[in-house]
Design a binder for this molecule. Structure first.
Ligand code: GLU
Length: 443
């Protein structure tokens, strides 16, 4: 079998969001699993909306996730290729010039809908005479449509199964705008063909595009790749996610503290018949990844699901993997590994470490129940000042127990609350040696 070539083709007109990640990841995994090639293709023919800032951000996000590409391509550097393709289509009679304004087209659509007909472009431009065309050209620039063969277009979709679309139900696609801008549909098929793309995986909003693209590829004499369309993501309640995608950008999720393993583990299985579980590398994620296990139904995405995975990912990290972060907090080197051991069970994201370090360094705001005031006052007289050794907690609680007669939860919980201000948290025996200050002593 020829080697697999896939591409992820974002338009650099915004930041990548969780929906884009799904597309990128699927294409990456398919290529990686088979030792194929994964291309990052920047669909930047829209010069006005495409920005270098977004190109940089897209690369940064992908690198952060480890979704590295074998090659990068940029459509704005290939405009001559698209012009050649347009020339061929024109010579073959598959390209025709149109002049209707958006208002005229809109009016036609409304009329068709009123008559209960599908709003498909009526090909009026095909019947213009040369003289009429010249007259129109003198007024305004024309734009170019591809002449579809009005047959059924069939393909076996890698996720949706056998699909069949009647080309007569689709308008001839505009491939070049009046201002000369080559549109995505043409640029994409020229690239897919010339770059030898074997598998195209993208969102199901592209299903109709695929029908027309198959005909254009054939008209250009290219080989039609395999297509697979993954379902679109919805919110947890099934609500459309499109408006919220802005806040589900990868950079925002990163800023919130979500880890790459958490994101990748969730997105490589969500919407498939396989369970989501935390995986620690892209190799582990690729293992068992299978496009055919994904369903056609919209996939519910709940950003909350990323947190338990993030927590699990962090907890599994050895000290060496977080040493820089911990050092940056100002934790002295001699206690830094211990600090990680104690704190890691008690964080949901790396940022939470700073609160634990503040607690160790400055002491907590104690929480003392009214009925425990005397008890704590008495207990504090039995607590020596820091630094504490490994038996400090046991020594202290033994002494308090002997002095007050309290035991069990009635003994330990008020003492924990007095030292940490929290009902739950690290093992106190392990935490004590990290405490630099016990503010409650001064109370
Ligand atoms: N630039 C297109 C998009 O982001 C690419 C679609 C495709 O994969 O062909 O929707």
């Amino acid at each position: 079998m020829a080697s697999i070539v896939t591409r992820f083709a974002p338009s650099p007109t915004g930041y990548l969001h969780i929906g884009n990640l799904r597309t990128a990841l699927f294409n990456y995994l398919i290529a990686r699993k088979q030792g194929g090639t994964f291309i990052l293709r920047l669909d930047d023919t829209d010069q006005e909306r495409s920005k270098q800032e977004y190109i940089d951000a897209i690369k940064f996000d992908l690198e952060w996730l480890g979704l590295t590409w074998d090659r990068i391509e940029q459509q704005s550097k290939r405009l001559d290729r698209y012009r050649d393709a347009a020339e061929k289509l024109r010579a073959d009679g598959r390209f025709y010039e149109c002049f209707e304004t958006p208002t005229e087209l809109d009016l036609k659509r409304k009329k068709q809908l009123n008559m209960g007909r599908p709003p498909v472009y009526d090909r009026a431009a095909l019947s213009l005479t040369e003289a009429q065309r010249d007259a129109l050209r003198a007024e305004r620039a024309g734009y170019w449509r591809f002449l579809l063969n009005q047959t059924r277009i069939d393909w076996e979709d890698g996720i949706l199964g056998p699909l069949s679309i009647d080309a007569a139900s689709v308008s001839d696609p505009v491939l070049i705008r009046a201002d000369g801008q080559v549109l995505y549909t043409l640029a994409s098929v020229v690239d897919d063909t010339e770059m030898g793309i074997t598998h195209v995986v993208r969102g199901s909003d592209h299903v109709t595009n695929t029908a027309t693209q198959i005909q254009i590829i054939e008209a250009l004499g290219g080989t039609v790749p395999s297509f697979a369309h993954h379902s679109l993501l919805t919110g947890p309640q099934g609500e459309a996610l499109s408006k919220r995608l802005g806040v589900l950008s990868l950079r925002d999720l990163r800023a919130q503290g979500v880890t790459p393993n958490a994101l990748l583990s969730l997105m490589a299985r969500l919407g498939s018949s396989q369970p989501v579980d935390l995986r620690m590398s892209l190799d582990e994620i690729a293992d068992g990844f299978d496009l055919s296990q994904f369903g056609a139904a919209p996939t519910k995405f709940d950003a909350e699901d990323l947190w338990p995975l993030t927590r699990g990912d962090l907890q599994a990290r050895p000290y060496s993997a977080v040493a820089d972060t911990i050092r940056a907090l100002g934790v002295p080197d001699d206690i830094a590994p211990q600090f990680w051991d104690v704190a890691r069970e008690n964080i949901g994201k790396l940022d939470d470490l700073s609160a634990w370090w503040a607690l160790c360094r400055d002491g907590a705001q104690p929480v003392i129940a009214e009925e425990d005031r005397d008890f704590i006052a008495q207990a504090m007289t039995l607590l020596p000042p820091p630094p504490y050794g490994p038996t400090a907690w046991k020594d202290w609680t033994d002494a308090v127990k002997a002095e007050t007669g309290r035991k069990g939860k009635g003994l330990f919980m008020p003492l924990r609350l007095a030292l940490t201000g929290q009902e739950r948290g690290p093992d106190m025996g392990a935490l004590m040696p990290l405490l630099q200050k016990v503010p409650v002593r001064e109370a």
